[in-house]
Ligand binder design. Structure first.
Ligand code: NAG
Ligand code: NAG
Ligand code: NAG
Ligand code: NAG
Ligand code: NAG
Ligand code: NAG
Ligand code: NAG
Ligand code: NAG
Ligand code: NAG
Length: 484
């Protein structure tokens, strides 16, 4: 018989082991009316998601995650990189306020596994805006974690975008890093390998499909019958493997063929572009999860799949930038209000996705165009409404692209009205707007009703929950005799 503590230790080891290759999810909060963090944590738990990647370190989010046992990647926004590069003190404050204060191995705090320095700071469209500060910022954060005795548990990473590596011929063996990043990538990889950290990267079969005529939809969706791509003697059966091995070649070329890869972001959007639909996304996700679970790896890394994978994304976000496409606001596996878009599971069992329960919406009211008015100027009002609200569903290929005029004007009016918490004056439009309690949704085109938030009406729930958790956390640590 093992003595009890040894037994406990072994049990914990087993529990940790079982989550080692689990599939995580990105939780972004660029929403006008975000689902309250405690609700999101509930959603993660009911779907057995054991790892989450954040884009910042929002205190309400971290409070909600406290005691949940969900493993967390914190994010540092690009806008902070310049300061964190030039000031060790700023790095110390960031780590103190956002890591040390919450860190724990379980129990009442937050299980922080990685700090992600920047959010795809090398994206080509950013130019040199963030690129020069990344390595310096990462080093300052690393030095601070070391000083705080956390470096053994919390690893520093830099999420790299899908466009950091390329292969002009489309052949994975010819993959290399973008030439403007040569020096930076060598510095980054040297840094990561010195600290036994991993290479975080976005793989985007959706964008490969959009941008490259050689990549078919079937090849992107892991379909058996897809036309294969050959590279010398290697055969590629899907777009994921092709991109992954292009990256592996790029890493090998600068001398890091063995570094661990984490797929920090992968998904398929469901609106705002052609072929961005829920049914295609479902096929993609099922194909991806099956592929990861098979552990076959890729031709260049057989039996050696990514050590971790984070689905992008948990929820739709109506404030995400649409500079790279209208689909950007529709990456969620769940809609903005936590409802599953399709059938799929994160790989822990056979059941389907579980929706968010008891979501609090604004009143069932919509704003539409008043058909009895002269609508000759309505289009201008609609354009203005869309400039500050989300009309991406109206774009070509989108779920509302088929509704005819003036239905599309109504859609724009409603988006603006919901965005403004259904304030009566936000459905005016020079007398062209009309508030209705009849749902104007048609076919695939959903006229949404926004969520209640603290700035709309009584969103008491958002505040009470973290307090209860904090209270429980305090109780727990008192019982265990910890000092804060
Ligand atoms: C980054 O910080 C270092 C140390 O303060 C400084 O020497 C360097 O110029 C900074 N880099 C940039 C690009 O500003
Ligand atoms: C902690 O993180 C938050 C959110 O990312 C940020 O606003 C804040 O500035 C950070 N704290 C410090 C001291 O930098
Ligand atoms: C597309 O396929 C053609 C023919 O196989 C090949 O010559 C070309 O390099 C490919 N282009 C890309 C960008 O993959
Ligand atoms: C980057 O590396 C490539 C190939 O190794 C080389 O051709 C190119 O000149 C390098 N670019 C820079 C800016 O160093
Ligand atoms: C790829 O190679 C296999 C056999 O190695 C061959 O059957 C297939 O036709 C090739 N595909 C292409 C697109 O060249
Ligand atoms: C439409 O806009 C024009 C220019 O602002 C204005 O002169 C006209 O009276 C408007 N028509 C209606 C029906 O509101
Ligand atoms: C729009 O209409 C076309 C033609 O009727 C149809 O093929 C397509 O599926 C429709 N798209 C949506 C999003 O409903
Ligand atoms: C609505 O549809 C009309 C006619 O197809 C088009 O001219 C107009 O730009 C559309 N407006 C919006 C806001 O999509
Ligand atoms: C393979 C496939 O279904 N592609 C479709 C992507 O979207 C365009 C535009 O709607 C269609 O023409 C393609 O057939």
């Amino acid at each position: 018989m093992y003595p009890f503590p040894v037994f406990l230790f072994l049990t914990i080891l087993c529990l940790l082991g079982s989550t080692a290759d689990a599939i995580g999810v990105n939780w972004g909060t660029m929403s006008s009316h975000p689902l309250p963090p405690p609700k999101v944590v509930e959603l993660l738990k009911s779907n057995e998601v054991s790892k989450v990647k954040l884009f910042d370190a929002d205190p309400l989010v971290l409070q909600a995650l406290s005691g949940s046992n969900i493993v967390v990647t914190l994010g540092i926004p690009n806008s902070m990189l310049k300061t964190l590069n030039s000031s060790r003190k700023a790095a110390e404050s960031w780590v103190h306020d956002n890591v040390t204060r919450y860190f724990s191995h379980g129990g009442a705090g937050v299980r922080i596994e990685y700090v992600a320095v920047g959010d795809e700071p090398f994206l080509q469209s950013y130019g040199d805006q963030f690129h020069p500060f990344v390595i310096g910022a990462a080093m300052n954060i690393q030095a601070t974690l070391t000083k705080a005795n956390l470096a053994g548990e919390v690893k520093v990473v830099v999420p790299c975008s899908f466009d950091t590596f390329v292969s002009e011929s489309g052949r994975p063996s010819k993959g290399h890093f973008r030439t403007d990043l040569n020096k930076t990538m060598i510095e980054l990889l040297t840094f990561l390998s010195k600290h036994h950290s991993s290479f975080f990267v976005t793989i985007s079969p959706f964008i490969s499909f959009q941008q490259n005529k050689n990549i078919s939809l079937d090849f992107s969706l892991f379909k058996e019958n897809a036309h294969h791509h050959n590279d010398s003697l290697r055969t590629y059966k899907n777009s994921f493997d092709l991109s992954y091995d292009t990256l592996v070649s790029a890493l090998s070329k600068i001398g890091f063929p063995e570094i661990d890869i984490v797929v920090a972001r992968i998904g398929w959007p469901t609106d705002g572009a052609a072929n961005a639909t829920s049914s295609i996304a479902e096929t993609f996700m099922k194909g991806l999860i099956d592929h990861l679970h098979s552990k076959t790896g890729t031709p260049l890394r057989p039996q050696n799949p990514p050590i971790e994978t984070f689905i992008f994304s948990l929820l739709d976000e109506d404030h995400r930038s649409i500079t790279s496409g209208n689909f950007e606001r529709h990456w969620g596996v769940f809609t903005f209000d936590g409802q599953a878009k399709y059938h799929f599971n994160f790989g822990q069992g056979t059941k389907n996705l579980v929706n968010s329960q008891f979501v609090e919406y604004l009143a069932p009211k919509w704003c539409v165009v008043n058909n009895n008015k002269d609508l000759s100027n309505a289009s201008a009002s609609a354009l203005e409404a869309c400039s500050t609200s989300d009309c991406t569903a109206l774009s070509p290929g989108g779920s509302c692209s088929n509704i005819s005029w003036p239905g599309n004007i109504s859609y724009a009016f409603n988006s603006y009205y919901q965005q403004n918490d259904q304030r009566a004056d936000s459905c005016d439009f020079g007398g062209l707007g009309l508030i209705t309690t009849v749902d104007p949704s048609v076919d695939t085109c959903r006229f949404f009703v926004e969520l209640q938030t603290s700035h709309s009406t009584s969103a008491h729930e958002a505040y009470i929950f973290p307090r209860i958790i904090l209270l429980l956390a305090c109780l727990f640590s008192c019982l265990l005799g910890f000092k804060w």
